[in-house]
Design a protein around this ligand. Structure first.
Ligand code: ADP
Length: 397
């Protein structure tokens, strides 16, 4: 069974074709600058040369048609015809309170996704366009599945998802914590249970997804009971360019003082803040590490804040779960930065958490626990695309 996985953004589209018999990626790629001048498809078939097509893509449908042509191309393709594709799985950012699991896309589901677009105005419309573009290119009969970033977190109890604002805003406007990166938290917590050889139902796991966007989740018995992102992916710890949680009173104060519009303050908090805003150097953790090594104090401060906030969430979630069996680091920074992992765990011996600094230098899926540690410390590469493909396979089977 071959599953086509799509992650559609407002002007980009990432994809993978996965053979579910082997769980191997047959091809992957990216359409960039959809609807803008200079559109480009970069197609990477497994075991073959990269293939780049520079061609106008006025719409997502045009982009998807180019991708499908590339997949079936005699020279650069990996399948002989589109009928080789069994189903399509889409990453959908926001499922609101309506979707607590992945779901087959129907006309009704599409309408519900439109309703959820209110919560993710930049992302959900693009996800819907991706779904419609597949229908146009492959026909209405191809099964499509939506896999939501928010779904895994729907098990949070009200005490974790409610905000301390008047209740009517939850009732009328569904303002609450939703959480994101759910597909990643679900994938790595399940992998951790496999690695530990125990049923996930018996484990308390803290999953620490550190990338451009970062979030931490408390997974008790396989169910999320709390997570750091909120109503939007701006909340939680500070990130590459996002501020994370700040005193909410800062927002109106800055708006008044500098006469900023909502769009401008949103831009500052989403694009100009985080480790980038603190360091003034970069949002890329490799650049920050280099700058800090060269003595840049603000780059060091940004890293210190990032590690400190990660640690605060870990400690808080360990308390929320009454103990923690495993801490799992994942995503770009979590998988690749031994220094950030070390800084985030440092000083937690009093809680029975200690890593082995030598093992921490190794790459890939690795147990970096020190022998005397009660809690396992693991690094597990995330694979959201495979999780989407698995859900899609299960739903169409
Ligand atoms: P996204 O949230 O965009 O999916 P990723 O999970 O791909 O992000 O993470 C991107 C981040 O990973 C970048 O900030 C980059 O600096 C960081 N990263 C990648 N490789 C390394 C590395 N070797 N050391 C430290 N950070 C790294």
């Amino acid at each position: 069974m071959k599953i086509f996985v799509i992650n559609a953004g407002s002007s980009s589209l990432k994809y993978q074709l996965i053979d579910m018999n082997t769980e191997k990626v047959m091809a992957k790629g990216l359409c960039e600058r959809i609807g803008i001048e200079g559109s480009k498809l970069t197609h990477k078939p497994a075991g073959k040369d990269e293939y780049v097509v520079e061609s106008p893509m006025p719409t997502h449908t045009a982009g998807i048609k180019l991708v499908l042509d590339a997949l079936c191309d005699e020279k650069h393709g990996v399948i002989s015809s589109l009928s080789d594709i069994t189903a399509v799985g889409h990453r959908v950012v926001h499922g609101g309170e309506m979707f607590s699991k992945s779901t087959l896309i129907t006309e009704e589901v599409k309408k519900a996704l439109e309703v959820c677009s209110e919560f993710a105005p930049l992302h959900n419309p693009a996800n819907l366009i991706g779904i419609n573009a597949i229908e146009e290119a492959m026909g209405k009969d191809i099964p499509q599945v939506g896999v939501f970033d928010t779904a895994f977190h729907q098990t949070m109890p009200a005490k974790a998802f409610m905000y301390g604002i008047p209740y009517k805003y939850y009732e009328n406007d569904k303002i609450r914590r939703y959480g994101f990166h759910g597909t990643s938290h679900r994938f790595v917590s399940a992998e951790a249970a496999k690695l530990l050889g125990k049923p996930i139902e018996e484990l308390n796991i803290i999953t620490v997804h550190l990338g451009n966007g970062s979030s931490v989740a408390a997974v008790k018995g396989g169910k999320c009971i709390d997570t750091s992102m909120g109503f939007t992916p701006l909340a939680g710890m500070l990130m590459g360019t996002r501020c994370g949680c700040v005193d909410p009173a800062i927002i109106p104060i800055l708006m008044d003082k500098y006469n900023l519009s909502t769009k401008e303050i949103n831009n500052i908090m989403n694009k100009e803040s985080g480790v980038y805003g603190i360091s003034g150097v970069s949002s890329d953790f490799r650049d920050l590490a280099t700058a800090a090594d060269e003595g840049n104090a603000r780059a060091q401060l940004a890293l210190d804040m990032f590690m400190y906030q990660t640690k605060s969430y870990i400690a808080s979630y360990a308390a929320a779960m009454g103990g923690v069996d495993a801490i799992v680091f994942t995503a770009g920074v979590g998988e690749n930065s031994p220094d950030v992992r070390e800084g985030a765990i440092e000083g937690m011996e009093f809680m029975g958490i200690k890593m082995d600094k030598e093992k921490n230098k190794v790459r890939g899926t690795v147990d970096i626990t020190a022998p005397e540690s009660k809690t396992k410390v693991l690094v597990i590469p995330t694979n959201e695309e495979l999780m989407i493909a698995k859900d899609t396979k299960d739903l169409v089977k």
